[in-house]
Design a protein around this ligand. Sequence first.
Ligand SMILES: Cc1cc2nc3c(=O)[nH]c(=O)nc-3n(C[C@H](O)[C@H](O)[C@H](O)COP(=O)(O)OP(=O)(O)OC[C@H]3O[C@@H](n4cnc5c(N)ncnc54)[C@H](O)[C@@H]3O)c2cc1C
Ligand SMILES: NC(=O)c1ccc[n+]([C@@H]2O[C@H](COP(=O)([O-])OP(=O)(O)OC[C@H]3O[C@@H](n4cnc5c(N)ncnc54)[C@H](OP(=O)(O)O)[C@@H]3O)[C@@H](O)[C@H]2O)c1
Length: 435
Amino acid sequence: MTDHPLDLAGIGIGPFNLSLAAQLDAVDDLDALFFDRGPAFDWHPGMMLPEVSLQTSFLKDLVTAVNPTSPWSFLAYLVAQKRFYEFLNAEFEAVPRQEFAQYLAWVAARLPGLRFGSAIREVRFEGGAFRLAGDRVAVAARNLALGVGLQPDLPAFAAKLDPRDRFHSAEAAFALDRTAGRRVAVIGGGQSGAEIVLNLLSRGADAPASVEWISRRPNFQPIDATPFTNELFTPHYVESFHALPDARRRSTVARQKLAGDGISTSTLRAIYRRLYALRHMEGEPLAASLLPHREVLDVDRAGGYRLVMRNGFDGRIEVSQADVVVLATGYRYALPPCLDPLREHLALDATGRPQIGADFAAAWDGPAGNRIFVLNGGLISHGIAEPQLSLMAWRSAVIVNALAGRPVFDIGALPSPVAWSRADPERSLRTSGPV
Ligand SMILES: Cc1cc2nc3c(=O)[nH]c(=O)nc-3n(C[C@H](O)[C@H](O)[C@H](O)COP(=O)(O)OP(=O)(O)OC[C@H]3O[C@@H](n4cnc5c(N)ncnc54)[C@H](O)[C@@H]3O)c2cc1C
Ligand SMILES: NC(=O)c1ccc[n+]([C@@H]2O[C@H](COP(=O)([O-])OP(=O)(O)OC[C@H]3O[C@@H](n4cnc5c(N)ncnc54)[C@H](OP(=O)(O)O)[C@@H]3O)[C@@H](O)[C@H]2O)c1
């Protein structure tokens, strides 16, 4: 155990705590260490399928939005890799996810204060500090940054499937080989389901016998990445949203789902074109069916698995047969088990998430000077930008300022063409001006 508590200990090193570590690197007088259970930085390796792209501008990297002169920007990475001109000449419509993952790993390999192979098993609050214990870890810190990501969301019926015959999308890259020659059902009409279906339709000699793509959404729906929807992914919107009452925030998040969780137009187009080629040019060697507006209710064993679905289009119950079930059913928030000793001290909302203040600190009954910053837990408190990369540089800067107790980064008043609320006259005045 260190004698002097750190200013901050970070649990988890995904992109979000990595961004916080990168922004903290610009501050001399704050001591922080970050811990991850993995042996090295690896960004969603189970979904690193060939030719997948980022859904976000590369300018929304770890630091740039607030600190464009940081050495940890995507552009700094390109220059250090001597790829700047080639990257420009490649004219990517969207950056390959592999490239962005390499950028993140490049930063993670160089930033000080990151410890891998260090799972945190338990966090207690004793003697005015958080005490972290885990694999090769025993540290004390005045503040915590919880950056443990989200958990795969498995429907209840998943327990009825033999683990050899099912996998969540988070493991797809390691498990898709199991589909060769078999009847495959992919459940989930988000980007993960779409990328997996495209992969299954393109496996050549290792193709499955058949593919069914089942989505609860009424259609295979695109992400909305148009200008006024992109305003939802700005600090100005998040600040206005955070000020709303809880019930209003929850209904707003539900309405805005496709702004963050729809399918990239390029992926939809690629799937449609692949289906066209299979049906009309390659003599349909692989049977593919698309089943939108179906909610899978249950499964049972019958010549493989029988999936029972409700069709929301015509209201009927349908069944389908599969040998392998891919659960592209999304992710959910959960407090990590290492926080169990603190659970009863945290104020949770109706969804089980910590209640998070404007500075991303969770409400708890401990001393106000000891904060638990929560990253990627604020879907309800801060809105749909929270689980996305879009605002990570800004969120990290907000946390650094709160931790330092002074405006290390200028995050004040950003002008916006949209007035979301006139309830805060001071803010309206601050943000109005020439646009
Ligand atoms: C396949 C995929 C692609 C995505 N692409 C985009 C995109 O293009 N654009 C976009 O805006 N968003 C995207 N997202 C959404 C979001 O940006 C990512 O999920 C992002 O990785 C979230 O970062 P995170 O740091 O919260 O969590 P994670 O990346 O999940 O990282 C959490 C880390 O915490 C560690 N950890 C957990 N518990 C412990 C513990 N007890 N001790 C130590 N370490 C622990 C884990 O090992 C992990 O490394 C994508 C999501 C997925 C699933
Ligand atoms: N390349 C990339 O950039 C990339 C790749 C993958 C993921 N992502 C991002 O990561 C996040 C998560 O994406 P995701 O696709 O993993 O999850 P997701 O967007 O939450 O999609 C999960 C899907 O599963 C459906 N579903 C859940 N249970 C079902 C059931 N019983 N029957 C039928 N359908 C069911 C959901 O329907 P409902 O919508 O009705 O709940 C939803 O369509 C998103 O923000 C996404 O954009 C990005």
